[in-house]
Design a protein. Structure first.
Length: 473
C-alpha cells in the first residue's frame, strides 16, 4: 500500500507568521535550508515524519493538530458554497477545490464566510430578521440561535467526543432497564443534586412542558409528556445541572458569544447529552447495523421515541467507528424548518421550507407511515431519504393535531445499508426525484412546483406562451 504524503504548506506558513519569523529564521530554528522551507510552504515538498517531529518540538505544537485539521469539512462547505446559482457558470471541479484548500486556505475561508454573510443578508430580506447593535453601538445582522446550533453541530460533524465520553460512566456498574429509567433518574436527581421532580396538570404549567425552579430546586413536568419524553427531560436536566462544564466547554471552544445563541446551543448540547445517555454509542450503533437502521426497532429497543432515535443516528460519527452519515430535517405543516442537523454535504435550508417535490410534505397525508424516496439535487448529487410525521404532546381539545414531519437522509452510496431501500432497484434511472433547496435558491427550469422566482436567475417570460407555472413561460 502506498503511503500518503503529507503536505502542510499553508499551516507551516501560518505557524511562521504567528511567530513573526522569516523563512530564513524558521529554517535556522528547524535546522533546514531556507529554500527547503520555501518548498514546504508552497507544497512542493511533502513533510517527513522527522521534520514534523522537529516542528512539534521547536514550536511546542501538537503534531496531531498539524496533520488532522478540518479539511473534509471545509471541502464540503466550499463545495456547497459553489452550488449557489450565483456561481452557475464555470464551477471548479473537485481537484481544483482541493488545490484551493492546499494553496489558499485563508482565501477559501474568507469566501465561505463571505457567502455566509451574503446568505444571511438574503435570508434577512426573505424573513425580515431583526438587526441588533454590537458592542460599539453599530447595527449588525445577527445570526439566529438556530443557525448557531447548526454551525456548531456542523463543525463537529454532528459528534461531540467529550460529551460521549462523559456519558460512558453515567450508570456506573448498574444496568438500568428502560422501564425503570424514570424512577432511577428521579432518585438520582434527589440524591446527587438535591432536586425534586413533580408532575403537574397541564393547566398548572401553561405553554410549557418542563420548568426548573432553581431556588426551590425542583423540576416540574407537565402531565401531557409521555413516558419516553419524561425520561428524556430528566436526563436533559442532569446534563444541564451536573455536566454543565462539559457542555460549556464545547460552546467556548466554538467561540459562541451571543447570549441567545449560547443559550440555544446549551439546550441542544444537553439534548445531545441525554440522547447519548439513553442510547449509548457502541450498543446503539451495533443494534443499528444489525437492524439495518430500522428506526422503529431502535426506538423500542432503547425505550425512546421515533424522533429521538432519528436524532441519535445522525450523531454516530466517532472516528474509527462511524455509522451512516445522515442529515435530519423537521418542518411544520406550513413548511417552516423547525430543526435541522447534518453530517453530510446535503444543503439544508434555514428558512423558506423545503422543496415541494420532497415527500416530507406528502407525509402529512399519511401520518405515522414512513415514506422512502430517492432524490437528486441540482448539482447531480443523489440521496436516499425517509419521511414520517411525529406528533407533539396534546393537552386538550384545542391542542390537537400539533403534527410535524421529519426527514432522515443519506448519500446514495449508503442506501443499501438501510432496510427501507431494500425494495427498490437502485439502478433504475427513473428512481430519483429532482429537488432543490427551496424555490428561491433552486436553479431548475420548467419546474411544475415552482412557487417563487429564483434570486439569481432570470427565468424566461414569453407573453405568447403559458408555462407550467406563472413564473416561467
Amino acid at each position: 500500500m502506498r503511503s500518503r504524503k503529507t503536505y502542510l504548506g499553508p499551516r507551516l506558513r501560518q505557524l511562521r507568521k504567528e511567530r513573526g519569523q522569516t523563512q530564513m529564521e524558521m529554517a535556522q530554528a528547524l535546522g533546514l535550508s531556507a529554500s527547503y522551507v520555501n518548498l514546504l510552504e508552497n507544497n512542493q515538498r511533502s513533510l517527513s515524519v522527522q521534520v514534523l517531529m522537529r516542528i512539534s518540538a521547536v514550536y511546542g505544537v501538537e503534531w496531531r493538530d498539524l496533520v488532522s485539521g478540518d479539511e473534509p469539512n471545509k471541502l464540503a462547505d466550499l463545495h456547497n458554497v459553489l452550488q449557489d446559482p450565483v456561481f452557475e457558470k464555470g464551477r471548479p471541479d473537485l481537484q481544483e477545490l482541493r488545490a484551493a484548500l492546499d494553496h489558499c486556505p485563508g482565501l477559501v475561508e474568507s469566501l465561505i464566510d463571505l457567502h455566509k454573510t451574503y446568505r444571511a443578508v438574503s435570508e434577512h430580506v426573505l424573513s425580515s430578521r431583526e438587526m441588533r447593535e454590537d458592542g460599539a453601538g453599530r447595527s449588525v445582522l445577527a445570526g439566529t440561535p438556530e443557525a448557531a446550533v447548526h454551525d456548531l453541530f456542523r463543525r463537529s460533524k454532528n459528534h461531540f467526543a467529550d460529551i460521549e465520553k462523559s456519558t460512558e460512566a453515567f450508570f456506573g456498574a448498574d444496568r438500568i432497564a428502560p422501564d425503570d429509567m424514570y424512577g432511577y433518574l428521579k432518585i438520582r436527581l434527589q440524591n446527587e443534586l438535591g432536586v425534586a421532580v413533580e408532575s403537574v396538570p397541564a393547566g398548572e404549567l401553561p405553554g410549557a412542558l418542563r420548568y426548573y425552579e432553581p431556588v426551590a430546586k425542583k423540576v416540574v413536568l407537565s402531565e401531557v409528556l409521555d413516558f419516553q419524553n419524561r425520561v428524556f427531560q430528566l436526563t436533559h436536566m442532569i446534563g444541564l445541572l451536573q455536566y454543565d462544564d462539559v457542555i460549556d466547554a464545547q460552546i467556548a471552544a466554538a467561540k459562541v458569544e451571543d447570549p441567545r445563541q449560547k443559550a440555544r446551543c446549551r439546550v441542544e448540547l444537553a439534548n445531545y447529552f441525554a440522547a447519548a445517555v439513553l442510547m449509548p454509542y457502541d450498543a446503539f450503533l451495533s443494534e443499528a447495523r444489525k437492524s439495518r437502521y430500522d428506526l422503529d426497532h431502535l426506538a423500542a429497543r432503547f425505550g425512546v421515541s421515533f424522533e429521538q432515535a432519528c436524532h441519535r443516528v445522525t450523531t454516530l460519527q466517532r472516528d474509527g467507528n462511524n455509522g451512516v452519515p445522515f442529515f435530519f430535517l423537521r418542518i411544520d405543516k406550513a413548511g417552516n424548518v423547525t430543526k435541522r442537523f447534518n453530517a453530510t454535504s446535503f444543503h439544508l435550508a434555514e428558512y423558506g421550507g423545503a422543496c415541494p417535490r420532497w415527500d416530507i410534505h406528502l407525509s402529512f397525508r399519511t401520518p405515522g407511515r414512513i415514506l422512502p424516496q430517492f432524490v437528486e439535487m441540482p448539482d447531480n448529487s443523489k440521496y436516499f431519504t425517509i419521511s414520517r410525521t411525529v406528533d407533539r404532546p396534546t393537552s386538550g381539545y384545542r391542542s390537537q393535531d400539533h403534527r410535524l414531519a421529519i426527514t432522515l437522509g443519506c448519500s446514495i452510496e449508503h442506501a443499501n445499508e438501510l432496510v427501507y431501500a431494500g425494495q427498490f432497484q437502485l439502478g433504475d434511472p427513473d428512481l430519483f426525484t429532482p429537488i432543490g433547496i427551496n424555490c428561491r435558491l433552486c436553479p431548475r427550469h420548467a419546474c411544475s412546483q415552482r412557487a417563487h422566482q429564483p434570486l439569481h436567475l432570470d427565468l424566461p417570460i414569453d407573453e405568447h406562451r403559458r408555462g407550467q407555472t406563472r413564473f416561467e413561460s
